[in-house]
Ligand binder design. Structure first.
Ligand code: SF4
Length: 557
């Protein structure tokens, strides 16, 4: 395994980040002695090296031939997780050992940096799904597509087909730089400030699959947008670039670091610097190496970049970045103004070239391989060869000539994708949940889909009064894959006590949101103590909240 040596520490201040008694496991401070089992297996062999064993041993020998450390550790570096065995209820999740929850099938995550797909690539994903994944496909809120029911025997052929069209599963999971979120309307929107595609591409080309960045303390999430709607949830990424105009230096990016949700949510912070487009990859590399070298590795629940930033503060983070990792300091830079429109891109919008893009909502991100293949065909019939995924579990068809727009929308409806969805369908996302996830306590997608149907029936006529999507985010456990803390109504899956009995349900978070056209800045939702909702009670609860909101809101709310 090749691992780049950490940059030498030049400032005494940098050395004082840990308590004297308990090392945090920072490579640059404490050395590389592994302090937990995860760090041990990562140091023993690079996660990326498992690919060769999958191709030469495991795909031939089947599930039983897989080394447990590879199965539960390194497989993630190639986008593979074992999925949950069907029929185990959520009440038993915490009681069983991980291997007892695990099926012999895999979730396979296809990495789509910037969410950019050709119709040919989309068709290949759809066909892989129908052939090898029981027609399963979910759009994630990080612009990936996840397939389920994949067998290890088929993985080499799946990789071959993906790579033939320029797609991959490289570092789609694991303690690595994950997929780079990019504005889904990069390069096309009429009101775009800058097209971030070259920056996304440069980072992906130079650094994804780079062994020197393949052993980070935990996952590392990136987002880049050049659109004024700030459409990449930048406040909850480890490293994010948001387009901004500098009064003297022109168009570039405002750098944010240290955002992440999960059990201990923290919004990212601006470093107050201006990053010229041609320095984005260098700055990203610097931030990522700070995380690699100084990130905490002793406790996994303290290993995300947000904990280092919380201890260092932005001033010190900037100083270390500039003095130890960059060729030259960065100029001070302004903050980007508040977003000017909703960033989910649902509906029909003008492109800069006179054509249109059409954003459509599936139900809670759930599609299928057949749907993706049908979408590729449909887009081509109507003159498009490009599709984008979004960080809101939506899809966008690009380059549609005006006369084709309505026909395309009718075709989308016919395959379950709505370009004019209700506000409830538009605002609701759900994580994988108990159907496939080994950590889940509660079902998510089916419950959220049922809630949407109910809310459409009960509150449909109030939509003009409501006026904007009510964000309803449904999680199957206390992690935050569906971003519960930044929703109007966030539901966290857990066991709840109803009539004295412990049953799967949700803890309620209220009032969260990222900066958007209606909201000056991001804020985390508040946990409403004692307020729990039964798994089948989402619609009842959401209806009460929405009716109360309509009755009591202030004029500018
Ligand atoms: Fe699984 Fe929990 Fe993430 Fe949902 S939030 S996908 S249940 S880990």
């Amino acid at each position: 395994m090749t691992i780049e040596q950490p940059t030498p520490i030049r400032g005494a201040r940098t050395r004082t980040t840990r308590t004297p008694t308990k090392p945090h496991g920072q490579w640059a401070v404490d050395g590389r002695e592994p302090l937990n089992a995860n760090e041990e297996f990562k140091l023993a062999d690079d996660g990326l090296n498992v690919r060769e064993r999958i191709e030469t041993i495991y795909a031939k020998g089947g599930f039983a031939s897989i080394d447990p450390t590879d199965l539960h550790g390194r497989f993630r570096w190639w986008g593979l997780y074992t999925q949950r065995k069907p029929g185990i209820d959520g009440g038993r999740t915490a009681q069983l050992e991980p291997h007892e929850l695990e099926d012999e099938y895999f979730m396979l995550r296809v990495r789509i940096d910037g969410g950019q797909l050709t119709t040919q690539q989309l068709r290949v994903i759809g066909e892989i799904s129908t052939e090898f994944a029981r027609d399963s496909a979910d759009l994630t809120d990080r612009q990936n597509v996840q397939l389920h029911w994949v067998q290890v025997e088929d993985v080499p052929e799946i990789w071959r087909r993906l790579e033939e069209v320029g797609l991959s599963t490289t570092e789609a999971c694991g303690d690595v730089p994950r997929v780079i979120l990019g504005s889904p309307v990069a390069g096309i929107a009429a009101d775009e400030i800058i097209d971030p595609t070259p920056q996304i591409q440069e980072i992906a080309d130079r650094f994804i699959g780079d062994a020197t960045l393949a052993n980070l303390p935990r996952k590392f999430k990136t987002a880049i947008t050049g659109h004024p709607s700030q459409d990449v949830v930048h406040e909850i990424n480890d490293c994010a670039f948001v387009a901004v105009e500098h009064p003297e230096l022109g168009i570039g990016y405002d750098l944010w670091v240290g955002g992440a949700l999960s059990v201990v949510p923290r919004l990212g912070e601006r470093l107050g610097v201006f990053v010229a487009p041609d320095r984005v990859a260098e700055v990203w590399h610097g931030v990522t190496r700070i995380f690699r070298d100084y990130g905490y590795r002793r406790l996994r629940n303290k290993a995300r970049l947000k904990f280092l930033l919380a201890d260092w503060g932005v001033e010190r983070f900037r100083e270390v970045l500039e003095t130890e990792y960059l060729d030259s300091p960065l100029p001070d830079g302004p903050a980007a103004p508040k977003p000017t429109s909703l960033g989910d891109h649902v509906g029909v919008h003008a492109q800069k070239d006179g054509r249109f893009f059409v954003g459509a909502a599936p139900l809670v991100g759930r599609v299928s391989g057949s749907t993706l293949t049908a979408l590729a065909d449909l887009a081509e019939v109507h003159g498009s060869q490009r599709v984008r995924t979004t960080p809101h579990q939506k899809l966008i068809v690009l380059d549609v000539p005006e006369p084709e727009v309505e026909n395309l929308i009718a075709g989308l409806d016919a395959i379950g994708l709505s370009a004019r969805p209700s506000l409830f369908r538009r605002g609701t996302i759900a994580c994988t949940g108990i159907e496939y996830c080994k950590l889940a306590i509660v079902e998510t997608k089916a419950n959220a889909a049922e809630a949407i149907t109910q809310l459409e029936q009960r509150l449909g006529e109030l939509e003009p009064e409501i006026g904007r999507p009510i964000t309803l985010h449904v999680n199957g456990c206390p992690n935050s894959c569906a971003r519960i803390q930044i929703a109007d109504i966030g539901l966290k899956g857990q066991l709840v006590s109803i009539d004295g009995e412990q049953v799967p349900g949700y803890q309620v978070h209220l009032g969260g949101g990222l900066a958007n056209v209606d909201r000056e800045e991001a804020g985390l939702g508040r946990t409403v103590r004692g307020l729990k909702v039964a798994a089948d009670g989402i619609a009842d609860y959401a209806e009460r909240v929405i009716r109360r909101y309509l009755a009591d809101r202030e004029l500018d709310e």
